[in-house]
Design a protein around this ligand. Structure first.
Ligand code: IPE
Ligand code: MG
Length: 238
């Protein structure tokens, strides 16, 4: 979700006004996901690197996070959305951590949409914490180092129960991953739009989904093989 600051700047408003406006886009994209049958949506809200921003902006983002949790969780719950936060949450204010846990517990049984909000998340952080678990399991004799394969790593990343991302959308015109889900995005289709996040509405999201639906995913194989087997459908998956 990129471009909040620029959106505000274009209007001669403080950057934080852009963050506030961005919450509306979050709502629109979540609702459109439920409507279109997207099973899993992960939003990159705050990266491990965002702590380097001016203290005042970080504080406002934390407050916004708190108020969004307060204001949105009930509606998410009513829409059968399961909310989870991925990332190193111990760095957040105690009160925010408590609110996160409460929201996760409240929505734990919901199934229509898995909504992940990545906060203080970094793709390298995720792989590093998986490596740490792996070594601990080897040291305690649970795991034979010769048996380590890709699955051993994948299972220790954040939320191994979720499918890998099919579609990676970045708003704001930049064409880079910026340390988002790195391992899991190995085969993600990338979609970049110049729209700034506050301008990214349900229609813009629907356009990204339609663009994705037209792509052919080969996973290393050739077209003829893919055409001969099943077509992966965004809407058909459980
Ligand atoms: C939102 O956009 C991303 C967050 C960290 C909340 P930015 O704040 O990066 O906006 P730009 O890139 O400065 O326009
Ligand atoms: Mg930015």
């Amino acid at each position: 979700m990129d471009g909040n600051g620029r959106w505000a700047k274009q209007r001669d408003r403080p950057r934080t006004a852009g963050h506030r406006e961005g919450v509306k886009s979050v709502r629109a994209v979540v609702e459109e996901s439920v409507r279109r049958g997207v099973g899993t949506l992960t939003l990159f809200a705050f990266s491990s690197e965002n702590w380097q921003r001016p203290r005042s902006e970080v504080n406002i983002l934390m407050e916004l996070f708190m108020s969004a949790l307060r204001g949105e969780v009930r509606r998410l719950h009513e829409n059968d959305v399961r909310l989870r936060i991925i990332g190193e949450r111990r760095a957040f204010p105690e009160k925010l951590q408590r609110r996160i846990t409460e929201a996760e517990e409240l929505t734990a049984g919901n199934r229509t949409l898995n909504l992940q909000v990545a906060a203080n998340y970094g793709g390298r952080w995720d792989i590093t914490q998986a490596a740490r678990q792996l070594v601990a399991d080897v040291q305690s004799g649970l795991l034979d180092p010769r048996a380590i394969d890709e699955q051993s790593i994948a299972r220790r990343l954040s939320f191994p129960d979720l499918p890998e991302p099919d579609l990676f959308i970045r708003t704001g015109g930049e064409q880079r991953l910026s340390n988002f889900v790195l391992w899991q995005s190995a085969y993600a289709e990338l979609y970049f739009t110049k729209l700034l996040w506050p301008d990214f509405d349900a229609a813009a999201f629907a356009q990204a989904l339609d663009d994705f639906a037209r792509r052919q995913r080969r996973f290393g194989r050739i077209s003829e093989q893919v055409e001969a087997t099943s077509v992966v459908s965004l809407y058909g998956r459980g």
